[in-house]
Design a protein around this ligand. Structure first.
Ligand SMILES: [Zn+2]
Length: 408
């Protein structure tokens, strides 16, 4: 394109904001959620507001687990290497583990929760009536990712997992998988993220008989079909110790993430000689289903931040409502509104600074706060608040009662 003076007009460069969505690390900095420090590569330092997101996720997953009959446990982070020799991790996974000598013993930081969960199972004689036993653990794991491949929250060395191990009889596999899938659907529905399912079948090198594998794969498929969930068969992509269901999500940037899995395991029950006493009085092996609904808190929060471009849904937002006072005349009423929000367990912030209301609104909007309640003398006199909703702008004056109805 030529302008009147004949100078070739440069195409205006797109603003970086439009051309490239923000990296979660940048959002984490702007929203004051977490930081990384050289002294601990691959492990986030969660700040106050980041922890509010972690806690909201924890709360939701715990509610779901309670509803679906889980028992929550907590096991040590540091364990003698003998445990992982027994589980097989030492042989297959040693290079990805952190371990060290303390006195004459070698200790490891657990890379997975399963072996310790199996020890809890073994503390009692289990009968067929005790099963399924669903042991959940929000466990903190460490895996030795090469420092070159670490990348913010998406690839970390310290992983906090919404993990669980379900100990069940073979005839309970299907109903347990159905229950896991229901939880998964409920969880992702709340985020508005549809899940894409995959069924990963027997790889070439696998433990156990082909017949058992075939039966197990059939049960996984039937569980998915019972809930009318579409899935892809991923041939040969199961782990060597059992087939699994993959939970993938597609984010707003059209990227597909394998978030978590439900995985059958015939190996750990064998290695740990796990038993239950069946109705006929015989000792039998239970099956383990390893399952996580969203996998790692770190990675999942990183994905959510990028997916929502920092504007998390109301229930996950670290600050849900900001109360902005226009001037000193309305301090008392603003405090009263703020206290009322707190009493309703709304995560609120009160801005009484001596700044223009325009600046206060701009800053609160940059913090992606879902609702701003602006209070001037008119609002104070009528015991109302002027509400601004994220993405919508001004939605008018409301009483607090009317505002509860909106955010309920
Ligand atoms: Zn496990």
């Amino acid at each position: 394109m030529k302008t009147s003076n004949g100078v070739k007009k440069q195409k205006k460069p797109q603003s970086p904001e439009k051309s490239k969505p923000k990296d979660h690390r940048e959002l984490g900095r702007e929203l004051d959620l977490f930081s990384f420090h050289e002294v601990s590569p691959g492990a986030p330092f969660w700040h106050y507001k980041g922890m509010l997101i972690v806690k909201a996720l924890e709360k939701f997953i715990r509610e779901l687990q309670d509803k679906h009959g889980y028992e929550e446990i907590s096991t040590p982070i540091m364990v003698k290497k003998e445990l992982f020799e027994k589980s097989g991790h030492w042989e297959f996974f040693k290079d990805d583990m952190f371990y060290f000598k303390a006195g004459t013993e070698t200790y490891a930081l657990k890379p997975m929760n399963c072996p310790e969960s199996a020890l809890v199972y073994q503390t009692r004689t289990r009968s067929y009536r005790d099963l399924p036993l669903r042991l959940a653990e929000i466990g903190r794991l460490h895996r030795n990712e090469l420092s070159g491949v670490l990348g913010g929250l998406l690839r970390v060395r310290q992983i906090t997992m919404d993990d669980a191990h379900i100990y069940c009889r073979f005839d309970q596999i299907k109903s347990e998988l159905v229950s896991v899938l229901k939880m998964t659907e409920e969880f992702y529905k709340r985020l508005g993220l549809p899940v894409v399912y995959g069924l990963a079948t027997r790889p070439k090198k696998a433990m156990g008989s082909v017949k058992t594998w075939k039966e197990a794969e059939k049960l996984l498929g039937e569980a998915l079909e019972e809930l009318g969930l579409k899935y892809q068969t991923l041939k040969g992509e199961g782990a060597f110790y059992g087939p699994k269901i993959h939970f993938d999500i597609k984010d707003s940037l059209d990227r597909t993430w394998t978030i978590a899995t439900a995985q059958l395991d015939f190996q750990i029950p064998e290695r740990f000689q796990l038993e239950y006493i069946d109705a006929d009085g015989q000792a039998k092996r239970p099956v383990i289903i390893h399952r996580a609904i969203f996998g790692s808190f770190e990675r999942f929060i990183g994905i959510l931040l990028e997916h929502f471009k920092g504007a998390l849904p109301f229930w996950l937002s670290p600050v849900q409502v900001a109360v902005l006072a226009i001037n000193d005349q309305v301090t008392d009423y603003s405090k009263k509104v703020f206290e009322a929000l707190k009493n309703k367990n709304v995560r609120a912030e009160l801005d009484l600074r001596n700044e223009s209301v325009g600046k206060k609104i701009r800053e609160a909007e940059l913090q992606k706060i879902p609702y701003l309640l602006i209070i001037g003398e008119k609002e104070a006199a009528s015991e109302k608040v002027a509400v601004r909703e994220r993405g919508k702008g001004d939605i008018g004056q409301k009483t607090l009662e009317e505002f509860w109805e909106i955010i309920k």
